[in-house]
Design a protein around this ligand. Structure first.
Ligand code: NAD
Length: 295
């Protein structure tokens, strides 16, 4: 493996997971964040999930932690980095400023990857000094079990760099998903967003209620989840944001109708799984009834 020293820039929800998963698999990891104390707490808080889902012992979890260091100093964080993964907030100005600084501070050997969910690499490559060594490596939340890494470059990305990142994905126990062309939403969101929008269109048009839509999907396809179960899991505030952005970019009335209905639910405190109610009631949702798919 060509990489030894990996820096994760921005260790919030996703960055903390990437940092720990990388350290657990034997790499020296530097976590760069403007708030390193919070970052440290966030990584430590992953212990329960790693123990419950992967069966790690205390010693195994601590061995991962021992390969991780935290800093708010970017120059220090990247001085010997082979690979930097950026997981800063989804904000173009913050990312622009970061990549310009990083280009000045990182050694020539360093490969840069972004983890943005909604931007494509050609939007960010203009801020780096090494387009051949820049691409996106996009992870899913809960990376220790939802372990895919969507890898997408620009036309300028060196194929050898792309391959090194594919090898790195294997080394940290991800399943690499190489994309041969730039695509907003990568593979998963290219499939998922039209799917959940179609489900919500059936609901707001009054064709069928959410539980009926989920039942049809689950019984017909054998899938263990329906679209409205997924939406509750994601949280309706995030879903509202996505639908509102679609309305602003495409001006189709159906997006506005869906956004308004979601807003009514959010205003009533029904924000999905986390708030105890969304399309279903928690902690004992209707779909947990053994007869849910039988009637
Ligand atoms: P987040 O807000 O949880 O974390 C961002 C972190 O960056 C925070 O720890 C914050 O302290 C730090 N930060 C903010 N500004 C900074 C600066 N100027 N310098 C240094 N540190 C700074 O965000 P997140 O949800 O982890 O998302 C990060 C990126 O990952 C985004 O591009 C997002 O699209 C992508 N992503 C998120 C998810 C997800 O489910 N949350 C999934 C896939 C990809």
């Amino acid at each position: 493996m060509a990489f030894q020293n990996v820096t994760i820039a921005g260790t919030g929800v996703l960055g903390s997971q990437i940092a720990y998963q990388t350290a657990l698999n034997g790499f020296n990891v530097t976590a760069y964040d403007r708030n390193p104390d919070t970052a440290k707490k966030r990584v430590s808080a992953l212990k329960t999930s790693y123990q419950n889902d992967l069966g790690l012992s205390d010693d195994e979890f601590n061995a991962g932690l021992s390969r991780l260091s935290f800093t708010a100093d970017l120059a220090e964080a990247v001085k010997d980095a082979d690979y930097v993964i950026e997981a800063l907030p989804e904000n173009l100005e913050i990312k622009e400023e970061f990549y310009k600084q990083l280009s000045k501070l990182a050694p020539e050997k360093t490969i840069f990857a972004g983890n943005s969910s909604t931007m494509v690499p050609s939007q960010l490559v203009k801020f780096v000094d090494r387009p051949a060594k820049f691409l996106h490596m996009h992870f899913a939340n809960k990376i220790w079990k939802c372990n895919v890494a969507e890898i997408m470059g620009t036309e300028q990305t060196d194929p050898a760099v792309f391959q090194e990142v594919v090898d790195f994905a294997h080394a940290i126990k991800m399943v690499p998903i190489p994309l041969h062309k730039e695509q907003p939403g990568y593979v998963l969101n290219s499939l998922l967003i039209p799917f959940v929008i179609s489900a919500m269109a059936l609901w707001v048009k009054g064709v069928a209620d959410p539980q009926t839509v989920d039942k049809d999907w689950m019984i017909s396809t054998g899938s263990p989840v329906g679209p409205f179960m997924m939406l509750d899991d994601v949280g309706l505030r995030t879903v509202w944001n996505i639908v509102t952005n679609l309305y602003e970019s495409r001006h189709q009335e159906i997006f506005k109708v869906i956004a308004d209905r979601l807003k009514e639910m959010i205003d009533a405190g029904h924000e999905g799984l986390e708030s105890g109610q969304g399309f279903y009631h928690y902690p004992n949702p209707e779909f947990a009834d053994p007869d849910f798919l039988k009637k």
